[in-house]
Design a protein around this ligand. Structure first.
Ligand SMILES: [Mg+2]
Length: 174
């Protein structure tokens, strides 16, 4: 098993990520994926629950930056509405976009968490950077066809590295 694919934490959804706990661990910044992590794939609306969760992070002094492999037209309007900086067409797991996010948040990798729903992009990239990596169960089955292919392999790996987790209850994170 490649260490680089193993998350530090595996949770049902972002709402299981506790801001105070992260701060106690010395985390100051959060890089987060967008699709199927914050909301369903290509979902343009941010639910109130997400807005409150983000407010909670910021109240704890945490900085947040979206890093997404999706296109500007998808990522930018979503991020702007939430007043969060974002890097689109990130090419995760390549490190370039992660470096950019650190620059934006002015944090070091060791004090930064990466939250995402995919092992091969989010977790691999975050681990390469030396960040604290948090894997969430994808919000929806709907996704880009390339992602769906990778899920087959991902499921095999997950069975080895983490106890089975199920999706958050219907309506969670949408
Ligand atoms: Mg995703």
């Amino acid at each position: 098993m490649l260490r680089i694919l193993v998350p530090d934490l595996y949770v049902p959804s972002i709402y299981a990520v506790n801001a105070e706990t992260l701060v106690e661990k010395g985390i100051r910044g959060i890089v987060t994926d967008l699709d199927n992590t914050l909301v369903a794939w290509n979902e343009p609306e941010a639910p109130d629950k997400l807005v409150h969760w983000l407010d909670g992070l910021r109240e704890q002094g945490l900085r947040v930056c979206i890093v997404s492999n999706n296109k500007e037209v998808r990522v930018r309007p979503f991020a702007e509405r939430l007043a969060i900086p974002a890097v689109y067409e990130a090419g995760k797991p390549r490190i370039r976009a992660f470096m950019r996010a650190l620059e934006i948040m002015r944090t070091h990798p060791g004090e930064t968490a990466m939250i995402g729903d995919q092992l091969f992009t989010d977790i691999a990239g975050g681990n390469r950077m030396g960040m604290y990596t948090i894997l969430v169960v994808p919000i929806s089955d709907k996704e880009w066809v390339g992602t769906r292919m990778m899920r087959l392999l991902e499921r095999q790996l997950l069975r080895r590295v983490a106890p089975p987790l199920t999706r958050a209850p219907e309506g969670d994170g949408r």
